[in-house]
Design a protein around this ligand. Structure first.
Ligand code: NAD
Ligand code: UFG
Length: 338
């Protein structure tokens, strides 16, 4: 299959490009480099020993997108493109709604024009908002307790896709709700490279471990969890990438929705301890107040993806810490320092 990855120069996109290549698929990458470096695509090419056509375009620009689709004629699209920083989305809601909703709309319009039937969409556990129950299954209620515009864009795009599917039943749409992607390619050549100060726990811990930042701030130790710190379902990015390949292999008309997570919860302090094991030294941390909008716990039941896609996670949190640390050590300032 020829698969076009929007946002394919980003963290999850580059790992998925490699997984697709390893399973015999052809890859085309589209990205406006708003939160990525073309160096990441070059590294993916280096790892796979193949060339990956790259188009620097904004997916919201429908004419540019149409030209790429007509030139490359993909069989399937994975729509990673989107802005994803939760705090930034609160400060810049218009930019988030504009980019995330319009890119999805342009894409579906051009898919229909060009008769491309298969779409995989990067959604998020954030659509569950305040979890109705744990572990989260795909039929849990969504949309109650979403606390930021980023989360609402995922919720709205999911709804748009379900509505469009009713009118365009030939479309095969897979919604993947990612839990917390972490880790890096075992080569250490590609990994997560956040702009500025990382918002997410794992890249922050990695930068403290590498000496780039002085200490981890632990946002609250009074949650209703094993040690009072927030519990999340961390999934190795290589497992997540494999989930996309499985989703394409099983793509069928209508909308299919899957949780992609490990099914295991890990607290902030447990993650720091696992990273200390990986890097071989202690990681300074300080308990501070809660971050607005954070919930106690979020983890999924990944059984549906196991049963219907034949997919399950293979990597542990220890593997993810080892691979993040490898990436951090080889690329202390991310791609930019190369
Ligand atoms: P990322 O920022 O590394 O990748 C997203 C890519 O999209 C970037 O390379 C960016 O330059 C590109 N992009 C943004 N807007 C674009 C546009 N209009 N046109 C073209 N390219 C555009 O993020 P990621 O972690 O790889 O996430 C990929 C997708 O998965 C995103 O949609 C994100 O919301 C979703 N997701 C991520 C997480 C996470 O924690 N990493 C969790 C759940 C869902
Ligand atoms: N945390 C800290 N210190 C930090 C960063 C995070 O203690 O410096 C804590 C948080 O309070 C939370 C846990 O670490 O308990 C995980 O926080 P992240 O920011 O890494 O992840 P979130 O679960 O808050 O959110 C992430 C993405 C969302 C996505 C969600 C589910 O940022 O976009 O996972 O996929 F929707």
């Amino acid at each position: 299959m020829k698969v076009l990855l929007t946002g394919g120069a980003g963290y999850i996109g580059t790992h998925t490009a490699i997984a697709l290549h390893d399973q015999g698929h052809q890859v085309v990458i589209v990205d406006n480099l708003a939160n990525a470096s073309q160096e990441a695509v070059k590294r993916a090419e280096q790892i796979t020993g193949t060339s990956m056509p790259f188009y620097e375009i904004d997916v919201c620009q429908i004419d540019a997108l149409r030209r790429v689709m007509e030139a490359t004629k993909p069989d399937a699209i994975i729509h990673f493109a989107g802005l994803k920083a939760v705090g930034e989305s609160v400060a810049q809601p218009l930019r988030y709604y504009d980019n995330n909703l319009n890119s999805a709309l342009s894409l579906v319009k051009v898919m229909l024009e060009c008769d491309v039937q298969h779409l995989v969409f990067s959604s998020s556990a954030t659509v569950y908002g305040d979890p109705e129950r744990l572990p989260l299954t795909e039929d849990c209620r969504i949309g109650v307790g979403i606390t930021n515009p980023y989360g609402w864009t995922k919720y709205m795009i999911e709804q748009m896709l379900r509505d469009i599917s009713l009118a365009e039943p030939q479309l095969a749409i897979t919604i993947l709700r990612y839990f917390n992607p972490v880790g890096a390619h075992p080569s250490g050549l590609i990994g997560e490279d956040p702009l500025g100060i990382p918002n997410n726990l794992m890249p922050f811990v990695a930068q403290v471990a590498g000496g780039r930042r002085p200490e981890v701030q632990v946002f609250g130790n009074d949650f209703d969890t094993v040690d009072g710190t927030g519990v999340r379902d961390y999934i190795h990015v290589s497992d997540l990438a494999a989930g996309h390949v499985a989703a394409l292999d099983h793509s069928q008309p209508g909308v299919s929705t899957y949780n992609l997570g490990s099914g295991r919860g890990t607290s902030v302090l447990e993650l720091i301890a696992a990273f200390e094991q990986a890097c071989g030294h202690t990681i300074p941390y300080r308990i501070v107040g809660r971050r607005a909008g954070d919930i106690d716990s979020s983890y999924c039941d990944p059984e549906l993806a196991r049963r219907l896609l034949g997919w399950k996670t293979e990597h542990t949190i220890e593997d993810a810490c080892r691979d993040s640390w490898h990436w951090q050590r080889l690329n202390p300032m991310g791609y930019i320092s190369q």
